[in-house]
Write a protein that binds this ligand. Structure first.
Ligand SMILES: [Zn+2]
Ligand SMILES: [Zn+2]
Length: 551
């Protein structure tokens, strides 16, 4: 029997976001990505992380973490993990630069980072790893080929097969085919995001000409382009068009400024100094000589574009002379926020261009044709679809079956699954926690119970009832005080308060007459009397807060 390899999936399988997996052999563990997920409409929740308890329980065995690229769903969890354990981080120069900025922001120092170049081979813990270039919507993404006692394991990272990427750096299927033909690939783990979409993803370099035509058609207007701040190749194309059409480029928003600075320092983004204007200059520039690139294309409430839409930006106001291009698709879940943002910008007089009208965006994830090409190239013995909503994983499973793989060679996993790779193949062995850990802006955990309370408060409001009793005589010292918020219309608040006060007084007096003096029992009776009245008469279930004072 050859030494088995264990794969543990802590996030990213079932819902997109918080990618995190662990590969283990001979009792030593290497982590692969550590991302976060952005929550939809959860009050007071800033991010969702993988449950790190499995990692903490074996922190002395963790050899390091490979980060495949700079997207939040791959690196956003690291500041939280690295607060607790110090492990070396492996990634490309750009990815490490993006991580460093995040670590500095939260004051984490002393983390060892090891830079990976395309085609580097490195021993990381028990695995010899080879890193191959992949094209994606952020630069310098890396595919990893793990050499393990159970053969080669390939992790695709987020990728597309773009024959004409802006930086000329293509996903290297040639090297992959060589490995496959010479040594064979035992197991493939591959990106499933677009496994449900037929055809091929459009090349990034097709977007430039579309944007340029918009610039031409809107030539006397100020143009603002909203894009992802990590999408350096999109920003490059926007900068090139701005230069060609004699516009100054203004970079708006802290993350946009940070990422542009880093990418320029690393030579990944080429913009000459003289064409960059500062946000303070916008007011003095003519509309036709201005191109603004900014964040907020997903409707993020604190981003530059949202401030502009609310007329709250300190540098300029959007008006009749403005054209705003949304160079992105709304991520599922963000549609409503994006449409509200677009409405507000249009109300201010701006003309809008978005991906529903013309192709101002393309995905960074390969569709069916590209995934099939990857499978053909790798020709793995075994396959686990990763990175996707559960339906995407199923689509990817079916794609592999259609290619001719046996169903028993493919395992559909979800967060928390632990898989053993042995001489006999893949086997689900265990469930570890796949729990989604919610945290607030300060990084403190938000429990399910706390979230439930907040959701109930936001939907139903609360009613507070204070009862004051003379502990000697057992008499109510005053009429119960009732305060409520978010429960009934303001005009009815007082009327309801009086009614509740009366009902509670009656109920408590009966109890007191029976000789009851225990504040807990009186509190329970107060709650029940209020609850009955409220739910019978209004059909609502506000949070009830009884307070009993014995004087
Ligand atoms: Zn990505
Ligand atoms: Zn991703």
């Amino acid at each position: 029997m050859t030494e088995p390899v264990t794969l543990t999936f802590l996030g990213g399988l079932g819902r997109i976001g918080r990618n995190c997996a662990a590969l283990e052999t001979h009792g030593r563990v290497v982590l692969l990505d550590c991302g976060q997920m952005f929550p939809e409409e959860l009050p007071g929740v800033d991010a969702i992380l993988p449950d790190f308890s499995w990692i903490f329980e074996r922190s002395d065995k963790i050899e390091g973490c490979i980060i495949t690229h700079a997207h939040e769903d791959h690196i956003g969890g690291l500041p939280h993990l690295l607060k607790e354990i110090n492990i070396p981080i492996y990634g490309s120069k750009f990815t490490l630069g993006m991580l460093q900025a995040k670590l500095e922001y939260v004051g984490i120092r002393g983390i060892e980072t090891i830079e990976l170049k395309d085609y580097d081979r490195r021993q990381i813990g028990p695995f010899e790893c080879e890193f191959l270039p992949v094209t994606h919507s952020t630069p310098s993404g890396l595919m990893t080929v793990f050499d393990t006692p159970q053969g080669k394991i390939v992790h695709s990272s987020d990728f597309k097969l773009d024959p004409t990427p802006v930086d000329g750096r293509v996903t290297d299927l040639i090297r992959l085919r060589e490995i496959s033909e010479n040594q064979g690939i035992r197991l493939l783990l591959a990106d499933s995001t677009n496994a449900g979409s037929s055809g091929k993803t459009a090349s990034e370099s097709e977007i430039g000409p579309v944007l340029e035509e918009i610039f031409t058609n809107h030539q006397n207007r100020r143009i603002t382009v909203a894009a992802f701040s990590s999408h350096i190749h999109r920003i490059q194309q926007i900068a090139d068009i701005a230069k060609k059409t004699n516009r100054n480029l203004v970079i708006l928003g802290p993350s946009m400024q940070r990422n542009v600075t880093l990418a320029r320092e690393l030579g990944l983004l080429k913009i000459s100094d003289h064409m960059i204007a500062s946000p303070e200059d916008i007011k003095s520039l003519e509309p036709e000589e201005t191109c603004i690139v900014c964040t907020g294309s997903q409707g993020e409430p604190r981003a530059a574009l949202a401030l502009l839409a609310r007329n709250e930006h300190r540098h300029f106001d959007i008006g009749e002379d403005d054209t705003v291009i949304f160079s992105s698709h709304p991520i599922p879940g963000n549609e409503a926020a994006v449409s509200k943002l677009q409405n507000n910008l249009a109300l201010l007089g701006a003309r809008l261009v978005h991906s529903g009208q013309v192709q101002v965006h393309t995905s960074g994830h390969g569709k069916k044709v590209e995934l099939m090409e990857l499978h053909e190239t790798v020709d793995p013995e075994l396959f686990i679809p990763v990175h996707g909503e559960y339906t995407h994983l199923v689509d990817h499973y079916e794609l592999a079956v259609n290619r001719g793989m046996d169903e028993d060679k493919i395992v559909l996993c979800t967060d928390g699954d632990q898989i053993l790779l042995t001489d006999y193949g893949l086997e689900k062995v265990e469930r570890v926690s796949g729990r989604e850990i919610m945290i607030d802006e300060q990084g403190s955990p938000v429990s399910e119970e706390l979230l439930q309370e907040r959701q109930n408060l936001s939907g139903e409001g609360f009613v507070l009832i204070r009862v004051v009793i003379d502990k000697e005589t057992g008499v109510l010292l005053e009429e119960p005080l009732v305060e409520s918020r978010g429960w009934v219309d303001l005009s009815q608040r007082e009327e309801w308060a009086n009614e509740i006060s009366q009902t509670v007084a009656n109920a408590v007096e009966v109890l007191l007459a029976e000789g009851e003096r225990d504040p807990h029992q009186i509190s329970r009776r107060t709650r029940r009397a209020t609850g009955q009245l409220v739910s019978e008469r209004t059909g609502r279930r506000p949070t009830l807060i009884p307070i009993v004072e014995m004087r």
